[in-house]
Design a protein around this ligand. Structure first.
Ligand code: AMP
Ligand code: MG
Length: 501
């Protein structure tokens, strides 16, 4: 019997739904309903994501839609569920976790938008308890929901693979964290929300049939090239592990290049598609500190900024272990992981070269990159502002604004000389163009998010919309908005972001 049978009223979002993940069967999820939040209101919306989903114009105008997106009204054609996964948290096996507060509404069929087989899964984060909530309340607070919404769209604006967010809906219902806060729901959107932890779950429970079904599903839908590869003697599961390793390496290269610290790189927060997923205590670096720890709960610094590439590899190793029964040979699994070690440095150097305005590689580039990172770290120079000013210097020839950022002027001058020599042969205008497209003017700094959050908590949501508009196009100048591109105020360093969300 359909879960919807007893309802008289359902919301029709105007989407067509297809069955994707749900085809895997009941071993993978539990059907349930979101728990309604009273008196919902809009906090933020992304028109770009609405368009990707193929939502009709004016989609948000109906009160039914608002009710539906806070779990108060079922959505026609959907049968929501929560999925089960496990994982390693802070390096330790944590056993079963699962969607404790995220509820999968369904997969929107976007074939007509993309002309492909594509679909986009829609999830409500903070929509109430599930069988996987353990001690949690199934809710998400407004503060963390705004951060996730804005950062998803900021990452997309930066060209970094990520889950997306359609909207945040809020309610005055109270949720207890360190103090009482108001509740919210983020409507997240991604081709798939499958994590490394989904594979670890079935491997740890020695359920090889389910493990194989899951791998086959992911390969057929998202990695079809693994079926026809000649690598690893046609071992599709090894090819799959290699492909995930490569996507993860490419993702980490982008995080490191832009100065993004995730904060909780547990294996259950690692997307099988190489997307940035589960925005919690993340931070874009202000002053460049390679050892920066953005998660107040991470006392040992396991997830410090400069540890992220190694942690990703460690997490891939966990995935490899989970896939071992399918791959069949430990040496083959290790060989499949190896790609990470070549793809990451290659991709990272490529990203850094673009930041330096270099369209092609030359000997000495690595020294140039390492040299500037060392200077930035020594002076704790603002990472985003440095790169943007360096880009403008390339365009107008004025080195003073960049130079002013460094306590060690002589050190910087020596580096700038090498940098200028490297560019002497190439066209500076072209380089400046590349740099301005590679070095964002706007990133979601903690204090910017914080200001928007504090206003939203007082029912003024305009700041969320303003930030969204800037972060969707972070390489544009946005005249009149320089205040959002400036140095962080002193109080920014006192913001403490923990796992509490
Ligand atoms: P996270 O640290 O946000 O990745 O969450 C780790 C695990 O805890 C996942 O299984 C989440 O679903 C679950 N979780 C986090 N917060 C809550 C909450 N408020 N209620 C229920 N489950 C939660
Ligand atoms: Mg998580």
């Amino acid at each position: 019997m359909s879960l919807l049978a007893e309802d008289t009223e359902v919301a029709d979002l105007g989407l067509r739904w297809k069955t994707g993940f749900a085809n895997l069967g009941p071993a993978f999820f539990t059907e349930l309903r979101p728990t309604p939040l009273p008196d919902p209101y809009w906090v933020g919306r992304s028109d770009a994501v609405a368009r990707e989903l193929g939502l009709p114009p004016g989609w948000h105008e109906s009160t039914n839609t608002l009710a539906a997106l806070t779990g108060s009204m079922p959505i026609a054609g959907t049968q929501p569920f929560a999925t089960v996964y496990s994982g390693h948290q802070f390096g330790v096996w944590a056993g079963q976790l699962g969607d404790g507060r995220a509820i999968m509404i369904g997969e929107a069929d976007i074939a007509s938008e993309t002309g492909s087989e594509g679909g986009l899964e829609v999830q409500f984060k903070g929509a109430g308890r599930t069988p996987y909530s353990r001690g949690g309340d199934g809710r998400a607070v407004l503060r963390s929901s705004i951060r996730e919404f804005l950062c998803s769209e900021a990452m997309h604006g930066l060209g970094i693979p990520t889950t997306r967010a359609l909207c945040v809906t809020g309610s005055d219902a109270r949720v207890r964290r360190e103090e009482l806060e108001s509740a919210a729901v983020v409507t997240r959107v991604a081709p798939s929300f499958i994590r490394f932890g989904h594979f670890e779950h079935f491997a740890a429970n020695q359920r090889e049939d389910e493990l194989r079904s899951l791998a086959d599903y992911v390969i057929d839908r998202y990695y079809p090239a693994c079926r026809t590869t000649e690598r690893f003697n046609g071992n599709a599961y090894a090819a799959f592990l290699e492909a995930v390793s490569e996507r993860t390496a490419a993702l980490l290269a982008q995080w490191q290049a832009v100065g993004f610290c995730h904060g909780v790189m547990n294996t259950d927060n690692m997307s099988i598609l190489g997307l940035t997923i589960d925005y919690g205590p993340f931070q874009f670096l202000d002053g460049f500190d390679p050892r920066h720890i953005c998660n107040h709960s991470d006392t040992s610094g396991r997830y410090a900024f400069n540890q992220q590439p190694n942690v990703a590899y460690w997490n891939l190793f966990c995935l490899a272990q989970a896939l071992l029964p399918l791959i069949g040979d430990q040496e083959v699994a290790v060989a499949a992981l190896e790609s990470y070690k070549t793809v990451f440095p290659h991709a990272f150097e490529g990203r850094m070269r673009a930041k330096l305005g270099l369209a092609d590689a030359a000997e000495g580039d690595r020294a140039l990159i390492e040299g500037v990172l060392k200077l930035l770290a020594a002076g704790k120079v603002d990472y985003t502002i440095f790169w943007r000013r360096l880009s403008h210097h390339m365009a107008d020839g004025n080195a003073e604004p960049v130079r002013d950022l460094f306590p060690d002027r002589e050190g910087f001058d020596a580096w700038l000389l090498l940098f200028s020599e490297r560019h002497a042969a190439a066209g500076r205008a072209q380089a400046a163009d590349l740099m301005l497209k590679s070095n964002p003017k706007f990133v979601l700094r903690n204090h910017l998010g914080q200001q928007a959050i504090e206003a939203s908590q007082l029912k003024d949501h305009a700041g969320v919309a303003t930030l969204l508009a800037l972060l969707e196009a972070p390489f544009d100048e946005h005249p009149g908005c320089d205040a959002y591109a400036g140095f962080p105020p002193d109080w920014a360093s006192t913001i403490e972001i923990s796992c509490s969300s």
